[in-house]
Design a protein around this ligand. Structure first.
Ligand SMILES: [Zn+2]
Ligand SMILES: [Zn+2]
Length: 394
């Protein structure tokens, strides 16, 4: 039985996967600068006798062909970049690059996919179809490694019928995974606004144009884009976390600067909302005698897990791990560049539990104390291998 063989192979490589993860964790590199990580992955692929080619500078793509004939292709994706965070964990594999840390678990994704590659390589005679391994750069930074890899043809020659991605989740216990069919994560856009007025003495408002009051109206009015114009069935979030009015108790400033984020799960609405927000802010500023520069930097699209693929993948996961270890996920308004794959190919992005409360491993991703329970590798490598061969029709 292929499942038992995969479980055995996965147990055999556990220590190696942990060692690889610790090496990558200790040597984190920022988005688009994954040079050593890329060489590390390339060497491991070579050890497995796999040919690879480079894409988007530091990205790598390799194929594992099953010996049995089949045209089917499944792609497995891992990201490789770290974050500009100083690690606060006192662990033997602590980051050696000051100010840079694998605080989103991409070290785990990369080492796990290398483990999956090893399992599938040893299993070649047992399955039909092709597995495409994607090691991508820069998940954490716009425009996103995924978008560059896709532009450079990562989803062509051969074209996968499905793309699977796995991401650590510190809110789920190690040993379990989570799935959600349909829309799962949000699109994200950054908003930069400068509201311009005419500053002066706070005691003489009639001689000035107060950008602080204009901003107050704009901030309140923009919330109505979400509450009155968005379809209540589809989530939208608008938050402004930065508002700078550099005046004083008795000084009205010349301008106010704002930064915010807009997130949703519908591409048409996303475009409409951009136009509406800009028009509303500019209109309010103008009506009050000022002006407004409203700029939006578009980020990642929303992430959608294709229903049929996700249902099938979920049921294969239940088969591999047992029903009790496969959970349902709620939607999450964070963003992820795997969304780019999901917009153009049938895709499934699932969560790997990495929490272990008894060892204090509970911190959220993107924090200086984030870590993973490495026992998660006891299931992650084999599960992905199993999902891949099942997706290929074996
Ligand atoms: Zn992240
Ligand atoms: Zn991440």
């Amino acid at each position: 039985m292929i499942k038992e063989k995969i479980q055995q192979l996965s147990a055999n490589i556990f220590n190696e996967v942990v060692a690889n993860r610790r090496h990558i964790h200790a040597h984190p590199e920022l988005s688009f600068h994954e040079l050593e990580t890329s060489v590390f992955v390339a060497n491991k692929l070579e050890e497995l006798g796999l040919e690879y080619h480079k894409m988007a500078d530091t990205g790598l793509v390799a194929l594992i062909k099953g010996d049995k004939p089949s045209d089917r292709v499944v792609a497995l994706r891992a990201d490789m970049d770290a974050l500009p965070i100083t690690e606060a964990n006192d662990v033997p594999y602590k980051s050696q690059n000051n100010g840079v840390m694998h605080a989103c678990g991409h070290d785990a994704h990369t080492s796990s996919l290398l483990g999956t590659a090893k399992i599938l390589t040893e299993l070649k005679s047992e399955f039909a179809g092709t597995v495409k391994l994607i090691f991508q750069p820069a998940e954490e930074k716009l425009p996103g490694g995924a978008s560059l890899m896709i532009k450079q043809g990562v989803l062509e020659n051969p074209k996968p019928q499905a793309v699977l991605g796995q991401h650590v989740m510190p809110f789920i216990d190690a040993g379990k995974v989570g799935f959600r069919a349909g829309k799962y994560m949000a699109s994200t856009d950054e908003i930069y606004v400068t509201v311009k007025g005419k500053g002066g003495h706070g005691a003489q408002p009639q001689q000035n144009v107060d950008p602080v009051i204009i901003t107050a109206h704009i901030l309140t009015a923009l919330q109505q884009v979400v509450s009155r114009f968005a379809d209540p069935k589809s989530p939208s979030v608008l938050s402004f976390g930065k508002v700078i009015a550099n005046g004083a108790t008795n000084v009205i400033p010349n301008e106010v600067y704002l930064e915010g984020t807009f997130r949703t799960m519908d591409e048409k609405w996303r475009t409409d909302a951009h136009i509406r927000m800009k028009k509303m802010a500019e209109g309010i500023a103008e009506s009050m005698g000022g002006s407004c520069e409203f700029n939006i930097m578009k980020g990642y699209p929303f992430l959608i897990n294709e229903e049929k693929l996700t249902e099938a993948t979920r049921s294969h996961a239940e088969d591999y791990l047992g029903k009790e270890n496969v959970l349902d996920l709620d939607i999450w308004m964070a963003a992820e560049d795997f969304a780019y794959y999901s917009q153009v190919a049938n895709s499934c992005f699932y969560r790997l539990g990495t929490r272990n409360e008894s060892r204090g491993i509970t911190s959220s991703v993107h924090t200086p104390t984030f870590d993973i329970e490495e026992d998660a590798f006891k299931i992650s490598t084999g599960l992905m291998a199993y999902l891949a061969v099942k997706q290929l029709g074996n």
